[in-house]
Structure formats: C-alpha cells, structure tokens
Write a protein that binds this ligand. Structure first.
Ligand SMILES: Nc1ncnc2c1ncn2[C@@H]1O[C@H](COP(=O)(O)OP(=O)(O)OP(=O)(O)O)[C@@H](O)[C@H]1O
Ligand SMILES: [Mg+2]
Length: 228
C-alpha cells in the first residue's frame, strides 16, 4: 500500500546551504502491517512521517500511497486525501483545546467525510468507549490527563477508518503505565481494523512488539533484520 522510491529531503539553511536529512532508495509497507521506525534524535523520523502524510514535499523521489502518487496531488487534494485515508497521532496530542473529546473526534469525521453525518456522533461515542473514555466524552483537553488526551487522539486518528496511521512518538510524553496502555490500544486497534501503522519510538521494547522494525541511520532506512 506504500512505496517510497529514491526519496530525498533537504531543508534549506540561511545562505545557499542546506541540511540533507533523508536519502531513502526504497521503503514499502503492506496493507495492515505495523512497523516501528527507530533511529537517533535528528535522524529524520518525523520528517519521513510528514513526507508520507503529504504535510511536507520531498526534495526528490516519489511516494505512492494507496495507488496515488502524492507528488501529483495539489495541496487541496493532499489535505482531502490525508483527512480520508491517514490518521496522525502526535507526541503532544494536538487536540483542539476549545472542543470536548467527542467534538474533537467528530471534527475529524466532518472533515474526512467518510462516515455519513447521521452516523458520526454514534461512531465518535463508540470510538471513545473503545479507548476507555466513555465517562469523559464532554471533557475538554485541559480537563483530561495526558494519557486520556492521547487516547482521544487515537480515537480521532481512527475516526475515518484510515488505511494508515502515522504515530510520532505517541507515548513519549506519558508515564510508563499510560505509555503501555496507549501503545497497546493503538497497536491492537490497528490490528483489529486491518489498519497499517508506522510508529516512531525511542523505546526498543515497544518497537519489538510490532510486526517489523526499521531504523534510520545516515540518511537511509534499514530493516533491522539486515543490520543483525
Ligand atoms: N524546518 C527545518 N529546517 C531545517 N532543518 C530542519 C527542519 N526540520 C527538521 N530539520 C532538521 O532535520 C533533521 C531531522 O529532523 P526530524 O525532526 O525529522 O528528526 P527526528 O528523527 O524526528 O528526531 P527526534 O527523535 O528528536 O524527534 C534534524 O537535524 C533537524 O534539525
Ligand atoms: Mg521527531
């Protein structure tokens, strides 16, 4: 479902300089596959997730996701494609602060337009129940703990039944008990729904629990089996 070929990303620096962050000859994921992305700080994990989400444009190379060539889509098409087919979970939750848990999940469905309007409220309630928040539907992010906020953001990421969830260190700002719960919820929800998952983490134990681990080093991506 995902094929990246000859993918490079450089960020411009002041003057004529640039910083080369990625140079990936090939990276692919199968439908429903759950992959952990590891690598040192600054190795380009967040950059790669943003390229796959179409938030950033590559410097060169191609990304084919669900039979779309992302480089051929306009910004507006990318926004729509992302809303419908990709769920994104951030380290710092990124919920809408003025909206309740239920409204945050609903907003994603209103934007994604994959769930009929009449069914959206029920689905939002079901998703929040699935992540254990049936008693917190009407709380705003500021009234929720970090672990609870991240569970709302998992519900939001799954709202449009995306083919792919991208999760950028989703457990890094949580204590160990919450990190464990949030990780399990995300990994299991993706498995049950046949949703592919690409998750960045610094935690080797969590990484090892997914189907495959890839690592970024010196601009390239390696299957950990190849590194040995
Ligand atoms: N907008 C930007 N302009 C210039 N350089 C950038 C920009 N964004 C990221 N970089 C550089 O690109 C490199 C990769 O950054 P990225 O955030 O992808 O790393 P990461 O692997 O996610 O790191 P971490 O584990 O700390 O989150 C870093 O060296 C960073 O300084
Ligand atoms: Mg990062």
């Amino acid at each position: 479902m995902l094929h990246a070929e000859n993918l490079t990303k450089s960020y411009p620096l002041p003057g004529k300089r640039q910083v080369d962050v990625l140079n990936i000859s090939h990276f692919a994921m199968n439908a429903g596959e759950r992959v952990a992305l590891v690598g040192p700080s600054g190795s380009g994990k967040s950059t790669l997730l943003q390229l796959i989400a179409g938030i950033l444009r590559p410097t060169s190379g191609t990304i084919r996701l669900l039979d779309r060539q992302l480089e051929r889509l306009s910004e507006a098409e990318l926004d729509r494609f992302r809303a419908q087919h990709i769920g994104y979970v951030f380290q710092n939750f990124n919920l809408l602060p003025g909206f309740t848990a239920l409204e945050n999940v609903l907003a994603a469905m209103q934007f994604g337009k994959t769930v009929p309007p009449k069914a959206q409220k029920q689905r939002a309630g079901e998703l929040l129940t699935q992540v254990g928040l049936e008693h917190r539907l009407h709380h705003k992010p500021g009234q929720l703990s970090g672990g609870e906020q991240q569970r709302v953001s998992i519900a939001r990421a799954l709202a449009n039944r995306p083919a792919l969830v991208l999760a950028d260190e989703p457990t890094a700002s949580l204590d160990q008990a919450n990190a464990e719960q949030v990780f399990s919820l995300l990994a299991e929800a993706c498995e049950q729904n046949g949703t592919a998952l690409l998750l960045c983490t610094h935690d080797p134990e969590l990484a090892g629990r997914l189907d495959r681990v890839v690592s970024l080093r010196e601009l390239s991506i390696y299957d950990t089996r190849e590194v040995g």
